[in-house]
Design a protein around this ligand. Structure first.
Ligand code: G3P
Ligand code: CA
Length: 265
């Protein structure tokens, strides 16, 4: 059966601020989410994983190395340890300044608060949970509880879940059947088998990688009634081309330049 409710409807073109306004501020930080709100973003995308005490944190990688001043895995940290983690000092402006030094590694709870205050929808991407099955369960528990509280506090703000791992998405589907889900795909991963998974987990959209995406694939997915939200698209030219193919949304680091497309611009 064709899904009947879509967060990204056939007539919409939704622009997600990818990891926040991540061209202007350090990705997946509260500063990046606030900046996305200030730029008029309708939706923000963020990546989540879980630390040792069950706190859900916002980070893309499975190690702290690239985006913080710390090193190694975070799976054994507790919330108290987060005070030592600087997720902003790695980010330099074109003139070499580091204006975000001291920016914290955010919890999902704090990020949802910023998105709620700014009136933005949130696409929560669950990362792969490389710490094992118990950590995966903690991630599902934590995200479920936080989204429940978020829905009570901001009932009119949309939320979407996404993941490259269909099993994790299926687990979330069972917990939160009313929260729309999208299956992430990339070259060599789920691109040819997407349909069986979205049917199984009741997903409303497929979110494929930009660089290898072909028009025929978009048409195939759209013809079956599913949304297609493409990552990561950073030029107006490509965004307009994808829109002409029937794509329903894009993820961009440059919401300050492409956000207007989602507002009919
Ligand atoms: O959700 C779209 C995109 O964020 C998926 O890839 O690696 O940026 O998390 P990645
Ligand atoms: Ca992501």
């Amino acid at each position: 059966p064709v899904p009947c409710s879509q967060p990204v409807g056939p007539d919409d073109f939704t622009v997600f601020a990818h990891r926040g306004a991540s061209a202007l501020a350090p990705e997946n930080t509260l500063a990046a989410f606030r900046r996305a709100g200030a730029e008029g973003a309708a939706w923000v995308e963020l990546d989540v994983d879980v630390i040792g005490d069950g706190t859900v944190v916002v980070i893309h990688d499975s190690s702290l190395d690239r985006t913080t001043n710390c090193h190694g895995s975070y799976y054994d940290l507790t919330a108290a340890d987060l005070a030592d983690v600087d997720a902003g000092s790695w980010f330099t402006t074109p003139d070499g300044a580091r204006p975000y030094t001291g920016e914290s590694l955010p919890t999902l709870q704090a990020a949802l608060e910023v998105a709620g205050e700014a009136g933005m929808g949130v696409n929560v991407e669950l990362k792969s949970c490389e710490a094992g099955a118990a950590a995966c369960r903690r991630l599902v528990d934590g995200v479920d509880a936080l989204l429940e509280a978020h829905a009570e506090r901001w009932p009119s703000l949309p939320v979407m879940l996404s993941c490259f791992n269909p099993l994790l998405l299926d687990r979330m589907a069972k917990r939160r059947p009313g929260t729309p889900r999208a299956l992430l795909t990339k070259d060599g991963l789920l691109l040819d088998t997407w349909r069986s998974y979205v049917e199984e987990i009741g997903a409303v959209a497929v979110n494929p990688a930009n660089l290898t995406l072909e028009r025929g694939r978009v048409e195939e997915i759209r013809s079956l009634g599913y949304g297609v939200n493409v990552w990561t698209v950073n030029t107006l030219e490509r965004a307009r081309e994808l829109s002409s193919w029937g794509v329903t949304g894009i993820f961009t680091d440059r919401v300050h330049e492409l956000g207007a497309l989602g507002r009919g611009g």
